[in-house]
Write a protein that binds this ligand. Sequence first.
Ligand SMILES: [Zn+2]
Length: 328
Amino acid sequence: MLTAQSEAETYVEAATARRGEAYRCRQCGAPVTFKPGRVRTAHFAHRPDAACAFGGPMSAAHLAAQNQIAAALRARGLEVELEAPLTGALGDRRIDVLTWPPGRPAARIAIEVQASEIGAAMIEARTASYQAMGVAPLWLRLLEFSAFRTVQTLPFRGSVWIEGYRAKAWERWAHDHLGGRLWFMDAGTGDVWRGLFVPAHRYRERGLLRAAAGEAPARGADWTVVSQWVDLDLDGPYSLNDLRIGQGAAGGADGRPRRFAWFVPAGEEDVKPPFPPPVRVEFRNERVGQSRDLLALVDGRWIPAISEGARSDWRMERRPPRPVLRPL
Ligand SMILES: [Zn+2]
């Protein structure tokens, strides 16, 4: 855990805690041990026999991300509380980073750093729970970007294009809930990226087609939609210090307004959801199968960024060449 209480104060962050001072858990009041950070982020820990659920093991990357976000928000003049308690429909919850403009606690935003799987049902319930209390959730996917096996740059747009991203159910839910956006944080660099999920397609060859008189037989091929993964269009990287927080409300199923929050990069206008997609996939019917164009929105116009043909070679059985893209 990143926060505790001392004899004098009810809220102490590990980053400003002192050795030798006595600290207690903000949840259960039991004594906790201060672990000053050298390699790891400074934090507090329960004694081994503690039964308290608060402050369980968190990855070093998760703790570091919380501190980085808090520092960036404070630099913008916003109030910040780490591990903020919130009692709602799901019982007591601790919010990774709760932030609000000075003097306006009603405009609270819960930034949740999510590195592990939580399931679509759980994120939906937690989102609804926060919103019912008037808190706007902002889900941030913490990911080690160096784990991406292939990274391409999308021509014209300059964004990063990752094929075959195995988006988890909760990520898809959060993406759709925010009108087609999911914010990612690179656990390696601390930079933030804006992610868009584009339906993925797989090139599939079909059987031999009957040849017309005098022609060699052709092998048909086309693209089929793949549901197991998506293509990920990443805009960025943005420094946390260059991001503002946008927020708005939309009517829920019960007609009550629900608050949302998102990041707005410096120099961009604050567009509200549903966000217009910056890339899309279109298909062209060809004589054999289909080819696909990846269109990118550049200066208000859709420009083909990648074209991948499905037309088979009439003489040889080989797949169409992959587009040549600049490496990152
Ligand atoms: Zn405790």
